[in-house]
Each structure stands twice: as structure tokens, then as C-alpha cells.
Design a protein around this ligand. Structure first.
Ligand SMILES: Nc1ncnc2c1ncn2[C@@H]1O[C@H](COP(=O)(O)OP(=O)(O)OP(=O)(O)O)[C@@H](O)[C@H]1O
Ligand SMILES: [Mg+2]
Length: 352
């Protein structure tokens, strides 16, 4: 079935039913997107990910867009693309990046989103904006809560439920008020088969992967919870999910943070760029929640609904968390550093 006809028959009625963040989406012509992005000019390029390049653009009405241009395509994936776009177009939440539409002409597959003026969390923590220190503690807390609420919606309220599979700092975008907008949900399935691509994707999420997902490839809600835990630790400490210790060794953020949390050394855990300006209670909360989310055993991880309650300061739940076995005594030091190949490092540099 052609994508446009498949979508046209569902969008009208569904749009009326949506209560939240009502926005219309539409089909764009290739010509319109070429005009908006100056023919996908290199100067307009915002970055590149597993699916292709993302370009900044401006429509005739002055509104700014981000256009994701899928880099490879096959006929086999056509139906899947239409189904996914249809699902994503219906998902509306204040903390999920709004899909403005898509373009499917010839071999071209393009997805159009709202442009996020403050780019990604990654760019503020470790990238081009990291020196500017835009992320004070209040903003970090709002981003943590906002991103968590977006994921709660995907896990518990979207129909069908959506597992993100790629929660990470470059997929948490920031609007003009630094409000979190979780991006790229539901597109994991789009990755075409092919060794290089699959490898690239695993590398792209290096440091965020739940162990059972990395080893057995089993994706579930709790894999997203794990990745979100890593993101919380990253947000509080300003450290990368994997810290480079030498040219070949990297240490997971959890291995660094857990002993410090057990010894209640929160000032050592806080991002130095905060200059001591943070709420100690909230920092403690974020670190403990981050660590329990990133527990190696999936059954020990909370649901995203519980994460939101904890982040909001549910005292009873937090007291139970704080007294968990995990935080009683520092774990015995063991060499859990991961060896990282040159190629993997290169990819990470490209990603930042
Ligand atoms: N709507 C948007 N507004 C502003 N910047 C965006 C937008 N969408 C994506 N970007 C930026 O463009 C770059 C490429 O995004 P893309 O999603 O393709 O790759 P990624 O997030 O690094 O990896 P992945 O493919 O796993 O999502 C990233 O830096 C991302 O933050
Ligand atoms: Mg992305």
C-alpha cells in the first residue's frame, strides 16, 4: 500500500481524538524540503545518526524545522515505515518531540520535526555548548522530570506501548525554554539489515545499553529504564556514560558513581560546572534513582511511573530506596573497565 494513502485514511479521525498538544502533521513534498534546507546543504547539517543526516530548515511561513533524511532504503521496509510514522504521528505529549510530517518520494524518505533551538542535552553536557554552562541545577531537574514523563507516556499510555530502545543524551532535545523533548522513539525498527549499520547502532548507544539487551538483544521497558538511569547519572555528574581512562580502557559511569553513593560523597558526584550550586537533597535523589534504574538485574529496576514519583520527591518511596542493600556498603573494587577499540572511539567522537 502506498504510504500516503495508508496515512491519509487514519490521520483525520485520529487527530480529532487527541487531547494533548494538538498539532497537525502533513505530507511534505521533496521540493519543499529541498527549498527549506537549501538543497540539504552541508551548512544546514545538524548532525548524523544511525538513520542518516539531520538538517536545519526554514519553511515558507518562517517556522524552523529539522529534517531527518534516511540514508538507505529498501522496498521491504516500506510498509514498516508507514506503520511507524502513523504511530508516531499520533503520539502527542509535551515532552515528546513533535513529528510535523514526512516525505516519501522515489527513494527519498524524510521525516520532519520541530526544530529544537537549544539542540540536544549531549551538546550541553559534552558538546559544543558545554563550556557555556546553560544547565543550572533547576534546569537539570526539569529536564530529568520532563524526559521521565515523556518515557512514561510511551511505556504506559501510548497505544500501542512504545519501547524507545535508544534513550541517550543526543535523543533528549531542548526547546527554547530548555524543556526536554524526547526524540527518536519508535524508529529503532527502521534500521535496515546490514552488519555495519547494526554495529554502528550498538556503538552509538555504548554505555546506555542494559546488560540483558546488549547480550541477548531482548528489548523491554526496563531496558529504557536502565538507559534513563545512565542519563540521570550523566545529568548530575556531567560525566560521560563511559569515561576514558586510557587509550583502550573505559569505565562505566555506574562503577564510578556507586561507591561514592554508598559512602554518601555527594559533593564528589556533582558536576563541577554547577559550582556547588545545587540542592543536596535533589542531587542525592537523582543519583540514587539513577543507580537503581541502572541495576544489572532488570527485576530490581523501578518502572518509569515509579521513577517519576521518586523524582518528584515521594518521601516514603525514597526512604525505601535509600535503605536498599545496593547502597549499604561500597562494592568490592573490581576491574570492570571495558576495552574499547579505535573504531568505537572514533564513532563516539563523531557522535559528540
Ligand atoms: N528536532 C531537532 N532539533 C534540533 N536538533 C536535532 C533535532 N533532531 C535531531 N537533532 C540533532 O541532530 C543530530 C543527529 O540526530 P540523530 O537523531 O540522527 O542522531 P543521534 O541522536 O546522534 O543518534 P540516533 O540515530 O541513535 O538517534 C543530533 O545531534 C541531534 O541532537
Ligand atoms: Mg537521535
Amino acid at each position: 500500500m502506498a504510504i500516503s494513502s495508508f496515512l491519509c485514511c487514519v490521520k483525520g479521525s485520529d487527530r480529532k481524538k487527541q487531547g494533548k498538544k494538538e498539532t497537525t502533521w502533513r505530507i511534505f513534498s521533496l521540493k519543499e524540503l529541498q527549498l527549506a534546507t537549501n538543497n540539504f546543504n552541508y551548512d544546514n547539517k545538524l548532525g548524523e545518526g544511525g538513520f542518516g543526516s539531520v538538517y536545519w530548515g526554514q519553511l515558507w511561513d518562517g517556522s524552523q524545522i529539522a529534517v531527518k533524511r534516511l540514508k538507505s532504503w529498501s522496498n521491504k521496509a516500506e510498509v514498516e515505515f508507514s506503520v511507524e510514522v502513523e504511530i508516531l504521528a499520533r503520539v502527542r505529549h509535551k515532552n515528546l518531540l513533535t513529528l510535523r510530517g514526512y516525505c516519501a518520494e522515489g527513494q527519498e524518505r524524510l521525516i520532519v520535526y520541530d526544530y529544537m533551538t537549544n539542540l540536544s542535552l549531549l551538546s550541553h553536557l559534552h558538546g559544543q555548548h558545554s563550556a557555556e554552562c546553560h544547565l543550572d541545577w533547576t534546569r537539570r531537574m526539569c529536564i530529568a522530570l520532563g524526559a521521565a514523563e515523556g518515557i512514561v507516556y510511551l511505556h504506559h499510555y501510548a497505544t500501542p506501548h512504545i519501547i524507545h530502545r535508544d534513550i541517550k543524551a543526543s535523543n533528549v532535545l531542548l526547546d527554547s525554554d530548555f524543556k526536554a523533548q524526547v526524540a527518536d522513539f519508535g524508529f529503532a525498527k527502521f534500521i535496515p539489515d546490514g552488519a555495519t549499520h547494526v554495529t554502528t547502532r550498538v556503538k552509538g548507544t555504548l554505555g546506555y545499553l542494559a546488560p540483558e539487551y546488549a547480550m541477548l538483544g531482548k528489548a523491554s521497558e526496563s531496558c529504557d529504564v536502565y538507559s534513563f538511569g545512565i542519563l540521570l547519572l550523566e545529568l548530575a555528574s556531567g560525566k560521560k556514560p563511559l569515561e576514558k581512562l586510557s587509550s583502550t580502557m573505559k569505565r562505566p559511569i555506574t562503577d564510578w558513581a556507586l561507591p561514592l553513593a554508598c559512602e554518601r560523597k555527594f559533593s564528589e558526584l556533582a558536576d563541577a560546572r554547577l559550582d556547588g550550586l545545587y540542592s543536596k537533597e535533589e542531587l542525592k535523589r537523582v543519583v540514587f534513582i539513577g543507580l537503581i534504574c541502572a541495576h544489572n538485574q532488570p527485576e530490581k529496576r523501578p518502572t518509569m511511573l515509579e521513577v517519576v514519583e521518586l523524582l518528584k520527591g515521594d518521601k516514603e518511596k525514597f526512604a525505601a530506596l535509600e535503605s536498599d542493600e545496593m547502597f549499604k556498603s561500597p562494592p568490592a573494587a573490581e576491574d570492570s573497565c571495558e576495552s574499547v577499540s579505535d573504531e568505537e572511539q572514533k564513532h563516539e567522537i563523531e557522535n559528540v
